[in-house]
Design a binder for this molecule. Structure first.
Ligand SMILES: C[S@@+](CC[C@H](N)C(=O)[O-])C[C@H]1O[C@@H](n2cnc3c(N)ncnc32)[C@H](O)[C@@H]1O
Length: 441
């Protein structure tokens, strides 16, 4: 995690603890890390992500060591240190180094007056590690590192798989690239990586999985648009929507990506098909990211900032041959990459998101041409944001037909066949896909 030029560990710990405090106060990790000095940011992110994946355990240990929570900056530093040190087999530093540097971080920062307290707690933890870890394990939040409501929901929704899914969430995701078909091929890109000593395995139609993640700027071809970073499950969207879709002979194919930012799936659609594509997103700042990504990849779309469900505000009245609705959701399927999500979400958010998902489905379905398709997608592992939405929709739309679809892609599930080709360990994010076809007029 550290190199000879890296800032001292105590400074990295200070930055990560400040970011952890911000996440605990409701900020996203991305926003919290944006305030960290660029030189410190990669190291602070690595420490923060490790801590967020072990936060349930760390908080349980802290409450065993100190019944009353100390002030938020001290508590964040203490929890960060406990998250990093508690599991010796997977700790990024030796216990001595970690405790020494955490105390130094307290001494040199805002928690100066509390450095003795931090020292006492951490040294007691090292002395009584076994007993404290065993006691903390009685708390499911400590054992599974997810909020109680989330664990209960997973147990109810996935009685066979919940443990495997929660366990997988505590590991960093592999780095998966999507090769830009218009600029390269999977084989050529694999060879290019190989030439630089970087192992990569083909996955799905366009993917390359790097078992040992690398910083993206270190990989060849990014700036020239040879590839994008995209999980294997997310790479299923474009082929699902396009394969077998009837192509008009007298005009270009008309596609809508209704919730498009930052443009990962928009770009994949355009890499796979010559089409006139409208990319919408309600967030103008995120629309800028679509523009950047398309420019880098050498692709073009009409990008508009609009509420996709407010059809009157943006639609020109011409039906679409195919619509991708990658709806806003809990993001419960991508917690490996965004370990803050599980701690930021509230159970009540799900009900609100479901309302949004239904509203978007209802508004966009009339825009599908007869014989055309709509692919409904969410990066969620909760059936409320997947299967249940489509069941409700189909119950009210007799002209809609469900085409063969992956449904819920549950990471590390014990189901018989992997949904992503060449992905036996199911090392993919959690996703949901349902492909609907509209009957002819
Ligand atoms: C799951 S993300 C989309 C990811 C994107 N499809 C990709 O592959 O890069 C969902 C997006 O929906 C947008 N969104 C939420 N509500 C929307 C609405 N009513 N209309 C259009 N976009 C919306 C959010 O701003 C967010 O960027």
């Amino acid at each position: 995690m550290s190199t000879t030029q890296a800032p001292p560990l105590w400074r990295q710990l200070q930055a990560a603890a400040a970011a952890l405090q911000a996440v605990r106060a409701g900020q996203s990790a991305t926003t919290a890390l944006a305030t960290v000095a660029p030189a410190l940011r990669p190291a602070a992110q690595a420490l923060l992500f490790h801590a967020l994946r072990q936060l349930g355990r760390a908080e349980a240990l802290r409450s065993l060591l100190a019944k009353r929570a100390p002030a938020p900056p001290v508590d964040a530093l203490l929890c960060l240190a406990l998250a990093l040190v508690w599991d010796e087999a997977n700790a990024p530093y030796t216990p001595f180094t970690l405790v020494d540097q955490a105390v130094e971080a307290a001494r040199r920062g805002g928690a100066r007056a509390q450095s003795g307290f931090v020292n006492a707690c951490l040294r007691r933890f090292l002395r009584e590690r076994e007993a404290l870890v065993a006691t903390s394990a009685r708390d499911p939040v400590a054992q599974w590192n997810h909020p109680r409501w989330w664990i209960a929901r997973m147990q109810r929704d996935w009685p066979q798989d919940w443990q495997a899914v929660l366990r997988a969430s505590d590991h960093a995701a592999p780095l998966t690239l999507r090769v830009n078909r218009r600029r390269s091929t999977v084989a050529a890109m694999q060879a290019r990586l190989q030439a630089e000593g970087i192992a990569a395995q083909p996955i799905g139609d366009d993917g390359l999985l790097l078992p040992r993640p690398r910083p993206v700027p270190e990989l060849p071809g990014y700036a020239e648009g040879a590839w994008s970073v995209q999980d294997a499950a997310a790479q299923l969207a474009a082929p699902l929507l396009l394969q077998g879709l009837a192509r008009p002979t007298d005009r270009p194919l008309r596609l809508l990506d209704a919730c498009a930012a930052p443009g990962g799936k928009t770009a994949h659609l355009l890499e796979c098909a010559d089409a006139e594509l409208t990319a919408l997103d309600v967030d103008p700042a995120r629309c800028a990211r679509i523009h950047e990504n398309l420019a880098r990849l050498g692709l073009a779309a009409e990008v508009r900032a609009a509420d996709a469900a407010d059809v009157a505000a943006w639609w020109d009245g011409r039906p679409f041959d195919a619509i991708l609705l990658d709806a806003p959701c809990s993001a419960s399927g991508i917690v490996r990459r965004h370990p803050d999500v599980r701690w930021l979400r509230r159970e009540s958010d799900i009900a609100q998101l479901v309302v949004q998902q239904d509203r978007l489905l209802q508004a966009l379905w009339p825009l599908v041409a007869p014989g055309g398709r709509l692919l409904f997608a969410t990066c969620s592992v909760f059936p409320a944001e997947g299967r249940e939405r489509i069941e409700t929709f189909l119950a009210h739309h007799s002209e809609a037909r469900l085409l063969p679809s992956p449904g819920h892609l549950i990471p590390c599930s014990a189901a018989a066949a992997p949904a992503v080709p060449d992905n036996r360990p199911r090392d993919n994010d959690g996703f949901f896909y349902s492909l609907l076809e509209k009957g002819p007029r």
